[in-house]
Design a protein around this ligand. Structure first.
Ligand code: ZN
Ligand code: ZN
Length: 401
């Protein structure tokens, strides 16, 4: 009966951890307590290209969209310099058959100037999630399990080898009601209206603080294009003036200009989000040995050696002349410090010592003057002073979580 004894023992350990009672004292050692983790080396900081895109868009294949054929979206991307998009139509509008709708549209053509990810908005009664894939996959299978238990959905997602991302996780009518263990990223900035995302940021920090290496990304969730002629206008057409492709813009540091490299960058977290494609890009680095050369960037994870680390936040691209930007640093879910930066290439550095034994993460948000986006003229005022946000820099996160 050894097997059943072992099973009983295992269950007891799972239920209570190891406990010993001696001299009236209890020592409890959690079997889940952090142990020394083995973390692979950080990828090259110089081998890659920054690409900007939008990861949440609806074309005419979503029933409630208007004046938004795929050709119009791609032409718009070319006009404003967007490198990639994910057209994520509602899968429930086609009973899961995305392959014969959005992807079969003759206008759905990836090119070197505008790369198209394969995906859809998994639209269920428990919430919405976007799939991002470099190649076609069997979306029907994910649609079919939408009402099953999370372990079943997680297994199917794994078999399909796709990146799944939680959409508008704190949306009042359609919050994400699944386990975050089935997603690799979440939409921390949905639509041009930045102020609506506060509750989502709370969820993000909770997931990060509990050891989940979770990428934060943006998505405009735009449904409506500018009508070709006034008679084609719908009651939703005004939305095109304040929320369209690129509000916000998600930057990825991809190892090459390819759809697979974009999905990989999303998964590993070398990602930041900016208010629009013309707004400056937030970059966040760390120098581990204080030699003045940066050793890691946002999304990267290393083992802390208990020594001080120098962090650097910088803005790239066109900044607003003679203005000051405010950098808010969050450490382990709590405000850490606030800094100001200005000049042509705004930079700020700060130092802190991540704990040697426990997990730590640092992430930043940058506020400052607005950057106009003439093609979506009312969007900048909705984004307010929010310029952009980084993904975290991680210490001691278990890569096999
Ligand atoms: Zn949605
Ligand atoms: Zn949507």
């Amino acid at each position: 009966m050894r097997t059943s004894f072992m099973r009983t023992l295992t269950l007891a350990v799972l239920a209570a951890g190891f406990s010993s009672h001696a001299l009236g004292q209890t020592t409890h050692i959690s079997p889940w307590a952090p142990t020394d983790v083995v973390i692979p080396p950080v990828a090259d900081l110089n081998k890659g290209v920054w690409l900007k895109g939008d990861l949440h868009l609806h074309s005419r294949h979503s029933k409630e969209s208007s004046n938004n054929p795929i050709s119009k979206m791609i032409a718009f991307c070319k006009a404003v310099g967007i490198d990639y998009i994910a057209i994520t139509d509602h899968d429930n509008h086609v009973e899961g058959d995305v392959a014969h709708n959005t992807w079969a549209d003759p206008e759905f053509k990836s090119s070197d100037s505008v790369l198209l990810l394969y995906g859809a908005e998994w639209t269920t009664v428990r919430g919405h999630g976007n799939v991002f894939s470099a190649r076609p996959y069997d979306h029907q299978r994910l649609y079919d399990v939408r009402d099953q238990r999370d372990v079943v959905i997680g297994a199917v997602k794994k078999q399909l080898d796709i990146h799944l991302s939680a959409n508008h996780p704190a949306g009042p009518k359609d919050h994400f009601g699944y386990s975050y263990d089935i997603v690799q990223s979440m939409e921390v900035w949905n639509s041009a209206m930045w102020s609506k995302n506060a509750n989502t940021i709370m969820i993000w920090d909770d997931m990060l603080s509990s050891g989940r290496k979770m990428t934060g990304r943006g998505g405009s969730d735009a449904h409506h294009g500018v009508p070709e002629t006034p008679d084609k206008a719908t009651k939703n057409s005004p939305q095109a003036q304040y929320n369209y492709v690129g509000t916000p813009t998600t930057w990825v540091f991809a190892t090459s200009r390819s759809t697979q490299a974009i999905v990989d960058a999303l998964t590993n977290g070398r990602v930041s989000v900016s208010a629009n494609p013309y707004a400056p890009r937030v970059e966040f680095y760390a120098d581990l040995n204080q030699d003045g050369k940066m050793d890691m960037m946002m999304g990267d994870n290393v083992k802390s050696n208990g020594q001080p680390v120098k962090f650097r936040v910088q803005l790239s691209g066109k900044t607003v002349a003679d203005s000051t930007y405010t950098v808010n640093v969050v450490k382990n879910g709590n405000p850490f410090n606030t800094y100001q930066m200005s000049g042509k290439k705004p930079v700020v550095e700060f130092t802190d010592t991540p704990a040697e034994m426990h997990r730590s993460y640092y992430r930043v948000t940058v506020e400052g003057p607005r950057t106009d986006y003439p093609q979506v003229p009312l969007s900048a005022s909705l984004s307010g002073n929010m310029v952009g946000l980084s993904n975290p820099i991680y210490f001691n996160f278990d890569p096999n979580f």
